[in-house]
Ligand binder design. Structure first.
Ligand SMILES: [Zn+2]
Ligand SMILES: [Zn+2]
Length: 248
C-alpha cells in the first residue's frame, strides 16, 4: 500500500566540521519528530561515519534513516549520495577516503566528532572532510550508481558549491537522479528558473537543529527506502512526489 512519507534528505551531524555539537543523534531525531518527518537522510561532508549512530538511535522509532553522504567533487560541486543500507555507504566511503587529500585543522575548520547512538564521543575524524575530493562530478555520479545509490545535485539554487554555481551548467550526459533546491527558494520559482529534465526535491541541508525540516519533500511510496524513492522520482507504479516545500 502506498503511503505519504515526509522526507528531509539532507541533514548534517556533528561529524561535519561546519556544524555544532548539538547535531547529536537523539536531538536530530527529536527535532525530526517535532517536524513530523517520517524519513531523514544523514549526509555529512565526505564521510558516513555517523550514519550508524543515527540508524541505531532510530531503532524502534517511527522515523527512518537513509544512510548518505554529501560528496565534494574536484570542481567543488556538492553531490548527495543516498544508499540502500549502511554497508553500501561505508564501502562507498572507502572510495571517497582514497580520493580525499589533506588533514583537518580543528582550529580553522572545526571538530569532526564521531559519536555512538547515545551521542557519546568515540573518535575525532582527522581527514579534511571540508575539502574537495580528486574526483570529477562524472566520477562521483558513476561511483554512486555502481553502489546502487541515488545521486542528487545539492542546493542548485545556491551560488557556492552547487553544480550550476560552479560549472554554470549541468553536463548533458550526467545521469543525476534528481536536483535538490534549498529552502531559500520557492518550489514554483525554482521550476521556472531551473528548467531541466530532472525531478526537483527540497531538503533543509540542516547544520543546526532549528534548520531540520525547513525544506522537505513528501513522497507517495510503499516503504522508506531509496528504491521506492527512485520509483517516485521516475513516477513509476503510482509512486510520486506529492509536495516539494519549505517552512521558513
Ligand atoms: Zn552542500
Ligand atoms: Zn550539506
Amino acid at each position: 500500500m502506498l503511503k505519504e512519507f515526509k522526507a528531509d534528505l539532507h541533514i548534517h551531524t556533528c561529524l561535519s566540521p561546519c556544524t555544532d555539537f548539538e547535531m547529536a543523534p537523539s536531538r536530530i531525531i527529536e527535532k525530526s519528530r517535532e517536524n513530523k518527518l517520517d524519513l531523514i537522510a544523514i549526509c555529512d561532508h565526505n564521510s558516513s561515519e555517523n550514519v550508524d549512530a543515527l540508524m541505531k538511535a532510530c531503532h524502534d522509532q517511527k522515523i527512518r534513516v537513509i544512510p548518505g553522504m554529501e560528496v565534494t567533487s574536484k570542481e567543488e560541486v556538492h553531490i548527495l549520495a543516498l544508499f540502500e543500507n549502511r554497508d553500501k555507504a561505508i564501502e562507498f566511503q572507502e572510495v571517497i577516503y582514497d580520493n580525499l587529500p589533506g588533514k583537518n585543522e580543528e582550529d580553522l575548520y572545526g571538530m569532526q566528532v564521531v559519536v555512538n547512538e547515545k551521542g557519546e564521543v568515540i573518535d575525532f575524524n582527522q581527514k579534511l572532510l571540508i575539502g574537495a575530493t580528486t574526483l570529477s562530478v562524472e566520477d562521483i555520479v558513476e561511483y554512486i550508481h555502481s553502489f546502487n545509490g541515488l545521486a542528487i545535485a545539492s542546493h542548485i539554487d545556491r551560488e557556492a558549491f552547487s553544480i550550476i554555481g560552479q560549472l554554470g551548467f549541468i553536463p548533458p550526459d550526467l545521469e543525476l537522479d534528481a536536483l535538490e533546491i534549498s529552502p531559500r527558494i520557492d518550489y514554483y520559482e525554482a521550476q521556472g528558473k531551473f528548467n531541466f529534465s530532472f525531478p526537483l526535491i527540497c531538503s533543509s541541508d540542516a547544520h543546526y537543529l532549528d534548520e531540520i525540516g525547513r525544506g522537505f519533500t513528501i513522497f507517495l511510496i510503499e516503504s522508506a527506502n531509496i528504491y521506492e524513492i527512485k520509483k517516485a522520482l521516475k513516477e513509476e507504479n503510482g509512486r510520486k512526489i506529492l509536495k516539494v516545500s519549505r517552512n521558513v
